[in-house]
Ligand binder design. Sequence first.
Ligand SMILES: CC(C)(COP(=O)(O)OP(=O)(O)OC[C@H]1O[C@@H](n2cnc3c(N)ncnc32)[C@H](O)[C@@H]1OP(=O)(O)O)[C@@H](O)C(=O)NCCC(=O)NCCS
Length: 170
Amino acid sequence: MALEPKEESDTIKLGIPQSTDASAVHLLIQNSPPLDTNSLYCNLLQTSHFAKTAIVAKMNNDVVGFVSGYIKPEQPDTYFLWQVVVGEAARGRGLAKRMITALFQRDHFANVRWLETTITPDNKASQRLFESLAEGWQAHIDVRVLFEKEAHFAGQHESEELYRIGPVNP
Ligand SMILES: CC(C)(COP(=O)(O)OP(=O)(O)OC[C@H]1O[C@@H](n2cnc3c(N)ncnc32)[C@H](O)[C@@H]1OP(=O)(O)O)[C@@H](O)C(=O)NCCC(=O)NCCS
């Protein structure tokens, strides 16, 4: 794991993930409802081709947090955050916020001004996380439905609301 330039003072270390982290990431997501599990192959792509736009948190070499996402191909000023997960034991100490903030401090994010993610209306923890980030950045949040329950999920999944936050200046 390549460490972030500014290593945090406690024992949780943040870094650019490697493909060998994918199976632990897969397990962490599996154990973190209400997140949708993706295939392990998908996690392999996130931790290899998309590693610069992902971040892993490790405590004693165990994966305890992960953020995946990508810079939108047609909108290079916008980072789309796919999933954020923190293992139960590491929650409530600011790790999710730390990981997202560290991503935006990378050179790779120099031209990124907007953060987008989707959240289901019942996910209060995630809503609070992104509201808190926006407050810290003194940025606005726009919310609109991106993927609708019936039209996109054939009624099998709640609607996903798009949160667009910015301009971001961490
Ligand atoms: C959502 C999740 C990533 C938060 O991780 P975390 O490291 O505990 O979050 P943080 O400590 O950075 O908290 C960030 C803010 O969210 C708030 N928050 C975190 N969990 C919360 C909860 N369960 N209920 C209400 N607010 C919550 C914190 O109080 C904090 O707000 P503050 O800055 O005003 O104090 C974690 O609970 C998780 O992985 N959940 C399961 C997966 C999931 O739902 N992911 C998001 C959808 S992609």
